[in-house]
Design a protein around this ligand. Sequence first.
Ligand code: AMP
Ligand code: MG
Length: 429
Amino acid sequence: MTPLEEAQRLVLGACPPLRPAELRPADALGCVLAGPAVAQVDVPPFANSAMDGYALRAADTGAAPVTLEVVGRVLAGSTLGREVGPGQSARIMTGAPLPQGADSVCMIERTRADGATEHGRVVVEASVVPGENVRAPGSDVRAGEVVLDAGAEVGPTQLAALVSAGCATVTVRPRPRVAVITTGDELVDPGTPLGPAQVYDSNRPMLLALVAESGCRALDLGRSADDEDELAGRIHEALGRADALVLSGGVSVGDVDVVRMVLQRLGGEAAHWLQIAIRPAKPFSFAALPGPEGTVPVFGLPGNPVSSAVSFELLVRPALRAMAGHRVTGRPRVWARAAEPLRRVADGKTHFVRVQLAAAPPAPGTGADGGRGSWVVRPCPGQGSHQIRSMGLADGLAVLADGGGAEAGEPVEVIVTNPALAPWFVGAP
Ligand code: AMP
Ligand code: MG
């Protein structure tokens, strides 16, 4: 049996980051910057008001309350077109450029209108200091400064930072296009009544969703019968359209385990068929096959639904994230205490047990939250590799090293697969 780490090294060695591309920031959402993004303009581009109020000269307000002449009004998107002189002010709205001559803004709540607001007088009730309520040009980022460095992922707020800094394009690793093909004569699409000996093809929607959840572009290339020539044809199509290919089923030692056979045929020396020292998901095929734009990693996952999901988590997800240039390729991990025994037998393999996570109940004297970062873990009912429902109930996979497992109260490491819980564990040791 091949240790998991060795299988992961083999895969990662064949999955270098994709070649960088220049994209508009909006098209780069979900991508990782391959180089620093440099601000083209100051942010903000000009001195502007942080408040609705009156632009004025701070020196005029030393003896507040004072009455100032109001010489005009400046709204966001317009300019005053004249100077604010001594003893004068201009009504100003948030985001409007600070007029010439003014050095500060008194917020409206500290003023009292004295007659008409636009061309009248205003009573400033509190003194202000120079620069008060003024947002200086470049106070967020200066032109020429790095907005976001290589390695940063473009999310919604990063997108806003890039757009505000005038970055017309950014250099990113494109999101990998990942094709999914399932195999199996027994499979039918959801929505069709099941015939005798048939099951629904649940791996295809699952793998497509896992691909998408990994930040990649999922490409549904359908299902192949357990037929070598049909599968070879579909693989050939995928090599021309995708950066990576995920196959499901047919990697075991059965009579029609076509994925193993076809990858061997197409890949020769470059094809690997491994028995990985893990449970579930022991059999695994991998080949780096030539495509028109370079080598395409092809993953052959076992067909049992839980095995498919677990091998995706352990072998495919990190590889796809590496291709996309992510620094963090794995799921978050957390240590939790076993709420009940997680027993197993020694068999030379690492076991991945579907578990639910819950916040630990408060320990006496530790305060209401039970102490930060305290979690307990419980196995889900049904740990067979065909029992996908229990994967659907799970928050994560407990990692049980070879041996007898964990007794109640013992610490267990958990790979957190529930994205709703993951934010709790980012940065956890
Ligand atoms: P295989 O790896 O092809 O030998 O399949 C192992 C088991 O997983 C069999 O019980 C298959 O029916 C089942 N299986 C294979 N592919 C899928 C799939 N796409 N969706 C659901 N079950 C599958
Ligand atoms: Mg099969």
